[in-house]
Design a protein around this ligand. Sequence first.
Ligand SMILES: Cc1ncc(COP(=O)(O)O)c(C=O)c1O
Length: 422
Amino acid sequence: MSESPETLRFLSAGHARRIASQVGTPVYIYGEAPLEEAARAVLAFPNAFGLTARFAMKACPNGNILRFFTNLGLGLDCSSGYEVERALAAGIPAARITLTCQEAPANLPFLLKKGISFNASSPAQIEAFAAAKPRGELGLRINPGLGSGSTNRTNVGGPASSFGIWKDAVDGARQLAQRLALRVVRLHTHIGSGSDPAVWQRVAAMSLDFVDAFPEVTAFDLGGGFKVGRMSGEKTTDLQEVGLPVKEAFEAFARKTGRRLHLEIEPGTWLVANAGALLTTVQDLADTGAQGYRFLKLDAGMTEVLRPSLYGAQHPIVVIPQTHTDATETCVVVGHCCESGDVLTPAPGDSEGLAPRLLARARIGDLCVIEGAGAYCAAMSAKHYNSFPEAPEVFLRKNGRFEVIRKRQPAKELWRHERRVL
Ligand SMILES: Cc1ncc(COP(=O)(O)O)c(C=O)c1O
């Protein structure tokens, strides 16, 4: 455990108080300044012969965030047909959208006709694509045999992963595409979220070997997965450092083969993780005595930030006392669901363990910020558990003004689609 409490990142206590008083809590807050800084760094990723960078929208799919990134020059990576529909509804041009999915959507012909590009992740998807777009151009997602993620749940390469065409089946997939008169113009790998940068680089370099067998491939998409440090002391992947050897590998490949491959990347986490925070209120306290714990109960939890309960993920937690105090306290922070697994301070990588944190001493009514909540939080939660409605989202401008980009869900929407038959 750290010797001193974590501190706020892009928010100030003043912003937090203003947003809480006008919008209420819990509320997600995204900062324009850190989002823009991250987008510019991604667009400067080292490349030898051109770069297309896409935002993996699964990390944070609010249409305002999608428009913000695409206006800065990013494209979008979608992981389901519904994400494509959401992006199109947000006004993102189809030509800026690529779909790489586990489940090919039933309306794939319609989406392809709109002009999105597609990476097939299996022979069945190659066939679905051929039926939807005869003689079309597509990409193939390959499982290169090696993966890396912050946990086994986010590692999507290697034999324990169902994502993409297994390395030994790539030639069969190539022949299938050829028989179906398709043109394979892109290869794709994505080996996990929170990847070890060394493994990511190794996969990038060895993946180029697959290109030899595909004379029409002009682009290589190396996915996302760049590790982000959320807790103080954790390291965030330096994109220049991880990208330079890849650029050199593309250059060496061009010297050897005469083929100048266009580089594509599609980070989610790296673009948004530390640009988002969840603002909550301490709504209760509990103490289980000398052999137990001091618990701090928030008005949010796994219904807003599921990652700690799911992976034992660590998020910085910052109490904002109503009146200044230097007093600290070691607490277990829990969410509002009636479930002992709703814990925001699990042991690292062990969602069942408790890891009390040093925090500023909290009283009921104090604000409390869960930092590092921009990626896979509003997007991925135990939504509606205990019938808690969806929290609103706010965009905090560089000038300190803020706008609500998603309203708090009225509770009655939870049962809106139920049919009364009993
Ligand atoms: C195909 C693909 N690309 C990109 C990403 C984004 O990964 P990350 O958020 O770790 O950058 C994912 C995440 O699951 C993915 O499946």
